[in-house]
Design a binder for this molecule. Structure first.
Ligand code: PHE
Length: 475
């Protein structure tokens, strides 16, 4: 391995676009707008923006600096710093391994909708029960998942600069253009419903952007804060080894301060635009009730909205789902790359062989996830109260359980074991100015560990458990 030339991005733009490609995913498109609509519009946005520049920034700095300084992918990076902490790399590696199994399934759903819209079946997609009918069918979700997986594997197989970087450089600018175009179109919409009420896109924009304090108590504010925090975390692809791996491909002369700011701007910009695209459109045709969360927003509410747009709807539908597919592909590439890089370093096998083997293993795992909606169907109530199938369980373990746990352990490691100066040195490697240095130190030593512990307890349902216990004792 060591005598082979180390893979790297050609320069800072390639790195920023690849990292932004990882960060911008379905989270920006289906989760951010929904949370903003639910959590007081501008109020949520304001809280989120503050968190991006403090907390999100610190997590990104930690991951990327660890990656570049050690030159190792996630699985080896912690052990390279301190033998005793090698376990942290191994558990971090679990997250992309789990996410990989279901991200391809969701990617497959998106591909199916692109095909539907292109073949003029957009209005069928808007019928009640269409989405459920599709995901519970046995063959079609597997076929689309395999196509999505093959596309992902192809990019990873081609390598860091010739595959990932090149792909991101084409796809990310295209994604931005599409999201802007649909957002502008959304704002021009207007519709009068059966009760004679007319709603416009601009009114929808106001719902999205104007802070709404009605019913905001202290505990409601706390839950908005936690929502924003967990969204941010998932959205930036931090604490799952991905940014460590991408960081290891950054050349030493790149100014990490600038690149990290650009990645933050990119990810947040797309989230804000996705809100400006989705909230006004849903508001115009369905009112605020259409703002459901997760898959149902994208695969159930939006097709109805596109149908209400008349003939323009099928064009908007095609553009929308292609944009989502771009976002999902670049994210899935980053997940698979982290797995491939880890296995390559452990086994010494070639990239081509490793990509192929991981592709096959992922295919098997993802088929099981697909079958979770029919052959292996069951309902399990998760500790956070949601009822889920295999996909939701995988998502729960990686996002609600492992990610906050890893962010917590990582910040203790950086803040108290190796000390923040270790990271600061990397940020100032070429004499750059690390302008948020003081804040970084406070964040990594004190605030992130506390917040992560709270988030962990909250999303694993531990808080509810304790509150219920108190209620029983004192009730
Ligand atoms: N950051 C991506 C998003 O916002 C999600 C993602 C999760 C990407 C895990 C890679 C790995 O949707």
């Amino acid at each position: 391995m060591d005598n082979k030339k180390k893979s790297s991005f050609t320069g800072s733009i390639g790195f920023v676009l690849a990292a932004a490609g990882s960060a911008v995913g379905v989270g920006n498109i289906w989760r951010f707008p929904y949370l903003a609509a639910r959590d007081g519009g501008g109020l949520f946005i304001f809280v989120y923006l503050i968190l991006v520049v403090t907390f999100g920034f610190s997590l990104l700095v930690t991951d990327i600096a660890i990656g570049r300084k050690t030159g190792k992918s996630a699985i080896d990076a912690f052990g390279a710093i301190s033998k005793k902490w090698d376990f942290l790399g191994k558990i971090t590696f679990l997250i992309p391994a789990i996410i990989m199994t279901y991200y391809t399934v969701i990617g497959g759903w998106v591909l199916r909708y692109i095909v539907d819209y292109i073949t003029g079946k957009g209005s069928a997609a808007a019928q009640d029960g269409y989405f459920t009918g599709f995901i519970t069918s046995q063959i079609s979700p597997i076929v689309y998942m395999l196509i999505f997986l093959a596309l992902t594997a192809f990019v990873v197989y081609a390598g860091v600069d010739k595959g990932i970087e090149r792909f991101s450089k084409i796809v990310m600018p295209g994604l931005i253009l599409m999201v802007i175009a649909i957002a502008v179109f959304s704002l021009t919409l207007s519709h009068t419903d059966a009760n004679g009420v007319t709603r416009t896109g601009m009114q929808g924009l106001a719902v999205y952007l104007i802070p709404d304090f009605t019913g905001v108590t202290f505990s409601k504010f706390l839950s908005i804060l936690l929502d924003a925090m967990s969204q941010l975390f998932f959205s930036l692809s931090v604490s799952m080894g991905i940014m460590i791996t991408y960081g290891s491909y950054v050349k030493k002369d790149v100014d990490l301060n600038k690149s990290i700011t650009q990645i933050e701007l990119f990810d947040t910009g797309v989230a804000l635009l996705a809100g400006a695209m989705i909230i006004p459109a849903v508001y115009v045709f369905m009112g605020t009730e259409g703002m459901t969360s997760g898959p149902s927003l994208m695969f159930i509410s939006l097709p109805k909205v596109f149908m209400s747009m008349g003939s323009m709807g099928s064009v908007v539908g095609i553009v929308f789902f292609i944009m989502v597919a771009f976002a999902a592909l670049t994210s899935c590439v980053s997940i698979m790359e982290t797995l491939v890089a880890g296995v390559m370093s452990k086994t010494g096998a070639s990239r081509k062989k490793t990509s192929f083997i991981i592709g096959v293993i992922s295919a098997v795992a993802s088929i099981i996830i697909c079958l979770g909606y029919n052959v292996f169907y069951f309902e399990l109530t998760l500790p956070n109260g949601a009822v889920g199938q295999i996909l939701d369980i995988a998502d729960y373990i990686s996002n609600s359980f492992l990610m906050p746990l890893i962010a917590l352990i990582t910040s203790v490691f950086v803040g108290w074991v190796i000390k923040p100066q270790w990271i600061i040195d990397e940020m100032q490697r070429n004499g750059e100015k690390f302008s948020r240095k003081a804040m970084y130190v406070v964040m990594v030593k004190f605030i992130t560990p506390v917040i992560m512990a709270v988030l962990f307890l909250q999303s694993t349902g531990f808080f509810t458990f304790i509150i219920n216990m108190f209620a029983k004792i004192f009730g």
